[in-house]
Write a protein that binds this ligand. Structure first.
Ligand code: FAD
Length: 632
């Protein structure tokens, strides 16, 4: 019998990134005893890596900005596949969440007249990203942590215990969600350092575990991004939606190999940087899709004038949504106009004075100097697409972030719907705060309205403990598989066969290979014991990566159109019929099943924010039949 540590809370938040921390602040503020569990060190969540900024239509730099424009941009960016209610709430509430951060102590960069500065970003009509140089995520996490510490100080004053109502369990990985009669009853996990098991009893769990990038070989994502929350929720009975939509950020480092995939922030282009191919051409002018032609400049002169006079000129095509730019770069390289190491050139050196570059992009300057020995104030960077963000995730109620499993909530990158088929830069940090808060409120409402609380069956704990130890028992078998080799194989499959450009035949191959890896993963063998054992940690994470990878591949194979972060070489056009459909991944008898589900039609007052000509590019004639649309 294994010894198991136990804790009892009202709410367990899994994840201490922006979404998890904002959710925890909410549940604690509503008086609920809250545990925050994170597998990394507190403060080291992926959110820290966010660079460019947080999108909110405060209108500080261009007073024409407002929530309606932000809503429109978000829907356009997602190619109208977004959950429109989430996009509406997000656009309306993002400014309040940014101002609230200031009350927690955030120090944003300022405009000359002292307001929060806002910068341009791809797909955003006006300068909209509040920022702290190119280290915005760090400030966001610092501030949310500070708020938590201040709440703990209040609790100390009231109860003589800092952790009376909110406690952080860091370097603790959750491997199972527990249920009682269909409702969430808690979570099971292990301490990374000691390997000891731990059970959290709680009627509500908020998953805020971030993304899935570590299933791909080239990625900007940190080590934590193994799709744990996606898989935990799915195994507990929640549905995943939009899993075919994976964002490849256009600009990751391509050289040297050890840093391939590390992000080069979009702020470089937002602040004036341009993309050129090996022939020196500013090639993005050749890639402006029909649906965006009215909004993007078709000459370098106009594009350059836009930086100083955005009201009378159209935007540079380098600021098209990310999916468009990533595909364009991919194509330039494929056509033989790439850089020496398989990317293209991103030039800010000839566009801005050196001191401005080091002031506005300090992290980029250091990143290139230290990792690639490139001085970005003097020479161009080499960049190429990198797996960056998953639009797909747990299907949630937009207002409360509740999944279909009673007691299970999801917020942040692990939740699906908000960004449709493609996320705009800056819209994640705002999403974390808007829906982190809503998930906290949703969970608080659920817990306070509960009668009898669910309880945890000992047999479920035993099963969870046995599963977690499987990799040790398999090591005695002759066919023991190495978790590192299987992970590398998985990443290669996803990169090569379910990557930025997809083909039906290749995805079928990918599914065969995934099945093979999954079979072999039954025989994962890990040496040693549970005390800090990274091989064991990876073996457990692999289970999750394999499940989410299968969802991505299956949904991508089914969606026979190209839209946002899903590009089919064999179905290159966008199809209005497909816009009406979501692909929903379910686990049925341990098998992934993907079914179609119709999108709820957009509310009329929101539809009226668009011009009919624009809607016609996305909607079917049948849907638009009697719609009255506006001329805003
Ligand atoms: P995270 O911040 O990743 O937090 C996840 C948490 O879950 C972590 O604490 C982790 O330890 C924990 N966790 C995971 N699995 C488990 C488990 N099994 N058990 C316990 N804990 C677990 N977006 C923007 O809007 N603006 C930007 O400028 C921007 N820049 C970016 C730059 C980079 C380099 C990258 C990679 C992304 C950027 N993004 C940006 C995207 C954005 O940073 C992320 O989408 C966002 O931070 C995700 O936040 P989150 O709270 O959902 O998850």
């Amino acid at each position: 019998m294994v010894e198991i540590e136990r804790h009892e809370y009202d709410v367990v938040v899994i994840g201490a990134g922006g979404a998890g921390l904002r959710a925890a602040i909410e549940t604690r503020s509503q008086g609920l005893r809250t545990a925050v569990v994170c597998k990394s060190l507190f403060g080291k969540a992926h959110t820290v890596m966010a660079e460019g900024g947080i999108a909110a239509s405060m209108g500080n730099v261009n007073s024409r900005d407002n929530w309606q424009v932000h809503f429109r941009d978000t829907m356009r960016g997602g190619k109208f596949l977004n959950n429109w209610r989430m996009a509406e709430l997000h656009a309306k509430e993002a400014p309040q969440r940014v101002w609230e951060l200031e009350t927690y102590g955030a120090l944003f960069d300022r405009t000359a007249d002292g307001r929060i500065s806002q910068r341009n970003f791809g797909g955003h009509e006006y300068p909209r990203l509040a920022h702290v140089g190119d280290r915005t995520g760090l400030e966001l996490i610092r501030t949310l942590q500070q708020k938590i510490v201040s709440l703990q100080q209040e609790d100390h004053a009231d109860f003589g215990d800092y952790e009376a109502r909110i406690k952080v369990f860091q370097e603790c990985t959750v491997t199972e969600l527990l249920k009682d009669d269909g409702r969430i009853s808690g979570a099971f996990g292990y301490w990374r350092e000691s390997g000891r098991f731990v059970v959290f009893e709680a009627p509500a769990v908020i998953v805020a575990t971030g993304g899935i990038g570590k299933s791909f070989k080239v990625t900007s994502n940190s080590w934590e991004y193994t799709g744990d929350g996606h898989a935990l929720a799915m195994r507990a009975g929640a549905a995943l939606i939009n899993m075919e939509f994976v964002q490849f950020h256009p600009t990751g480092m391509v050289w040297p190999p050890s840093v391939k995939g590390i992000l080069v922030t979009e702020s470089v282009r937002g602040d004036g940087g341009v993309l050129r191919n090996s022939e020196g051409d500013r090639f993005m002018f050749d890639y402006i899709p029909e649906v965006f032609k009215d909004n993007y400049a078709d000459s370098e002169d106009e594009a350059d004038r836009w930086y100083d006079d955005p009201d009378n000129n159209r935007r540079p095509p380098e600021l098209l949504p990310r999916d468009e730019v990533a595909r364009a770069i991919n194509n330039e390289v494929k056509e033989g106009r790439g850089s020496e190491h398989g990317g293209v050139f991103l030039d800010v050196a000839t566009r801005l004075p050196a001191e401005k570059i080091t002031q506005r992009l300090p992290s980029m300057y250091h990143q290139f100097k230290e990792l690639a020995d490139v001085d970005i104030t003097a020479e161009a960077m080499e960049v190429g697409p990198t797996c960056h963000y998953v639009m797909g995730g747990v299907e949630v109620d937009p207002d409360t972030a509740a999944s279909r499993v009673p007691g299970l909530f999801a917020a942040g990158e692990v939740a699906g719907g908000m960004h449709g088929s493609n996320r705009l830069g800056g819209n994640s940090l705002s999403d974390l705060l808007v829906f982190g808060r809503r998930a906290g409120a949703g969970a608080a409402g659920y817990v306070t309205s509960l009668g009898i609380r669910p309880s945890i069956a000992e047999s479920d704990v035993d099963v969870a403990a046995r599963r977690a130890q499987d990799p040790f028992t398999a090591s005695s078998q002759p066919v023991g598989e190495n978790p590192y080799s299987l992970h590398a194989e998985l990443q290669q499959v996803m990169n090569d066969l379910v990557g930025i450009i997809r083909r039906g035949q290749e995805m079928r191959q990918a599914l065969e290979k995934l099945r093979d890896i999954k079979d072999r993963a039954q025989h994962l063998a890990v040496e040693g014991n549970r005390q800090f054992n990274p091989g064991w940690h990876l073996a457990l994470d692999l289970r999750n990566m394999l499940l989410v990878s299968e969802c991505v591949a299956r949904a991508a194979l089914l969606r026979t159109e190209s839209r946002g972060g899903h590009t089919r070489d064999d179905h290159p056009a966008m199809d209005a019929e497909w816009r009406r459909k979501l692909l929903v991944c379910d686990l049925v008898a341990d098998r992934v099943e993907v079914v179609e589900q119709l999108q709820p039609p957009m509310r009329d007052d929101l539809l009226e924010l668009f011009k009919l000509e624009e809607l016609r590019k996305y909607y079917t004639g049948e849907e638009l039949g009697d719609v009255q649309v506006g001329e805003i």
